[in-house]
Design a protein around this ligand. Structure first.
Ligand SMILES: NC(=O)c1ccc[n+]([C@@H]2O[C@H](COP(=O)([O-])OP(=O)(O)OC[C@H]3O[C@@H](n4cnc5c(N)ncnc54)[C@H](OP(=O)(O)O)[C@@H]3O)[C@@H](O)[C@H]2O)c1
Length: 251
C-alpha cells in the first residue's frame, strides 16, 4: 500500500518511513527537501498519486504565533484538498497531549487548529496525540533559559521515545480510520524539571535547572496535569534510562 509521509525527512517521519518499508509498504518521504511543500502546494498532487494513506508529521520551521498558525492551517487545508482529489482513504496526523489545555501558547493553538481542520475536512482520519519525545527534552530546556538558568515548572510529564511514536503511527497508518483521537504516552511519569536535569547531566551540561511554578512552556503556564494524558492512553515500551543509555552508547 502506498503511504505518503508528510515531513518524512524529520525525526519521526524518517523513522516512520523506515518502519513502513520494512513491513512491505511503499512509503514516500515528502518534504521540501524531496520537492513537496504543503504550505505552497508544490509537488503535492504528484506525491499523492495512488496513495491510500497520508501521515502528516511535518513541523513548522518558525514557531512565532502567526507563522506557526499559518503553517498548520494552510498546510492542512492544502493537504486535505489534495487528498480529496487523489481519493486518499485515511489521513493520520501527529498532535500533542494537552494541546487543548494550553491555549495561552501560540504553538498549541496552532496544533488545535490543525486538529479542527482535520475533523472538519471530510477525509477519514485518525489523530494521534503524543506526549513529549525524550529527544525533545533538551530543546525544552534550551527554550526555557533565563539569564543562564533553566526555569521549568515542576509538573508531571509522561514522555516517550520517538522510536515508539513512529511504531504507533505505522500501526495506525495501516489500520482503519478511527474518526477520532487517541493518546500515546510513555511508561513512567517524571517532574519536568527533574527530567531536564537528568538529560543535561547526561550531556555534561552544567547549567542549573530551577523549579519555577510560573515558568512558561512555549508561552503557557502549566498546572500539575497540563501535559499528562487522560485515563486510557496507549502506553509505549521504552523506559527513559534505557533510552538514555542507548543514546549515550551511540555518542
Ligand atoms: N517534539 C515533541 O515532543 C512532540 C510531541 C508530540 C507531537 N509532536 C509533533 O510531532 C510532529 C513531528 O515532529 P518532529 O520533531 O519529527 O519534526 P522535525 O524533525 O522538526 O521534522 C519536521 C519535518 O517537517 C517537514 N516540513 C517543514 N516544512 C514543510 C512544508 N512546508 N511542507 C512539507 N513538509 C515540511 C521538514 O522537512 P525538511 O526537512 O525538508 O525541512 C521535516 O521533514 C510535529 O507536528 C509536532 O507538533 C512533537
Amino acid at each position: 500500500m502506498k503511504v505518503v509521509v508528510i515531513g518524512g525527512t524529520g525525526l519521526i517521519g524518517s523513522k516512520l518511513v523506515e518502519r513502513l518499508r520494512v513491513t512491505g509498504h511503499e512509503a514516500l518521504a515528502a518534504s521540501p527537501d524531496t520537492g513537496v511543500d504543503t504550505l505552497t502546494g508544490e509537488g503535492l498532487a504528484d506525491a499523492l498519486e495512488d496513495a491510500r494513506v497520508v501521515v502528516d508529521v511535518a513541523n513548522a520551521p518558525l514557531w512565532d504565533d502567526a507563522a506557526v498558525l499559518d503553517f498548520f492551517q494552510t498546510s492542512t487545508r492544502n493537504l486535505l484538498a489534495a487528498e480529496t482529489a487523489a481519493g486518499v482513504e485515511h489521513h493520520v496526523a501527529l498532535s500533542i497531549v494537552g494541546a487543548d489545555r494550553l491555549s495561552a501558547s501560540g504553538y498549541f493553538r496552532a496544533k488545535v487548529a490543525q486538529e479542527q481542520a482535520i475533523e472538519a475536512g471530510g477525509v477519514p482520519y485518525t489523530i494521534l496525540r503524543a506526549t513529549q519525545f525524550f529527544e525533545f527534552i533538551g530543546r525544552i530546556a534550551q527554550s526555557s533559559v533565563q539569564s543562564g538558568t533553566i526555569h521549568l515548572a515542576p509538573v508531571l510529564v509522561q514522555p516517550e521515545a520517538a522510536d515508539d511514536v513512529a511504531t504507533a503511527l505505522a500501526d495506525i497508518a495501516v489500520s482503519a480510520p478511527l474518526f477520532g483521537t487517541v493518546e500515546l504516552a510513555g511508561p513512567e511519569q517524571f517532574r519536568l524539571d527533574e527530567l531536564a536535569r537528568r538529560v543535561l547531566r547526561a550531556n555534561d551540561d552544567p547549567r542549573p535547572v530551577t523549579a519555577d511554578v510560573h515558568a512558561r512552556y512555549f508561552g503557557a503556564e502549566l498546572d500539575e496535569h497540563s501535559l499528562t494524558p487522560g485515563s486510557s492512553p496507549r502506553i509505549t515500551t521504552t523506559y527513559f534510562e534505557d533510552w538514555l543509555g542507548r543514546a549515550a552508547s551511540r555518542g
